[in-house]
Ligand binder design. Sequence first.
Ligand SMILES: Cc1ncc(COP(=O)(O)O)c(C=O)c1O
Length: 399
Amino acid sequence: MISRATELPVAEIRGATPGVENVLHFNNAGSALPPNIVVETVVDHLRREAAIGGYEAADEASGRLERVYESLATLIGAQAEQMAVVENATRAWDMAVYGYPFQSGDRVLICRAEYVSNVIAFLQLERRLGIEVVLIEDDADGQIDLGHLERELDLGAAMVAMTHAPTNGGLINPAVAVGELCANSGTFFVLDACQSAGQVPLDVAEIKCDVLSGTGRKYLRGPRGTGFLFAGPRALERIEPPFLDLHAAEWTSESDYEIRADARRFENWETNYAGKLGLGAAVDYALGMGIDATSARLCSLGASLRSALESVPGVSVHDKGVERGGIVTFAVEGVESEKLKTQLSAQQMNTSTSPAGHARFDLPHRGLPTLVRASVHYYNTQEEVDRFVAAIDALRQGN
Ligand SMILES: Cc1ncc(COP(=O)(O)O)c(C=O)c1O
């Protein structure tokens, strides 16, 4: 893995990422630094809107806008008509889950890594529709327990919803194994790939998911306010969007309408065209680098950061799972994580924190406080890892 990682032209990549001159950016799980091509694509389109008019600029870019769907489809091994572009991963996921034809008493199986907003949505659906949310336990390695999942699937379930890579740690859940169990039992499978898209290779045919949601700004290095949804054949057959408009449906007679056949039924009419083009540019850039190579490099930087932090006295690292990516979570004895984040920020080192309220099925369950989250990308370097760990060591002693 490491030899493939070194194949990436890191100096060139950093040359095309101006932000690396200003900050040591270990907040890629929040929002990554975009490459120049993404910024230029967004700004160029905004300038075009100002120069010739918004609708006219969209018409002019119609071919490029169509290609965004092809790029997203290529990224995850889908078809362009199975892709929708929306404003973020949450709304993508919501459109599928809130539109799913649940019946009262339907069981939904979720995992301890499930994203906070997804859990809130399921709790609302539990109250509103009388579905039953069942929590699948972690196994000894901290990933979803496949044995427990299989036993619950045997009892019957309407849906399995799993977060591939959580917001609060390095875990990469075994999506292919979960997809296999769902396929064997015929259970509808929704994968939240918000943190994994751009971080690890994704192939919906291999994962066998019915729905996949992702975001632009994190590991894909796209613009903020962009997200996407994959809706496979069963999703398009079963799910009616919770909201319809003139883009999602056609008004066919005074008393009737027809929902469009493709996944764009989950979009709405007015959208951020510059952002959409920027998302396409980000995906093309990622595909050009090769997700296998970028993933190998960021995973190895993540592993290197984890082991270096573990060697610092008073630092505990809390990432779980068999397979781990670029998100590293840790605590420093005697120093509150929020304070540490602020102190790092004063040194132009960007991190984030993971509080209990973002991961109630995980952090309090493990008796953990708010953690510092340092999330690396392939454009980060070993020198940055070393500098960051030295800063943590100095802050630990100074606090
Ligand atoms: C695992 C996971 N799912 C979903 C989301 C929500 O993504 P968005 O902010 O694009 O809606 C996040 C955001 O941090 C996340 O980490």
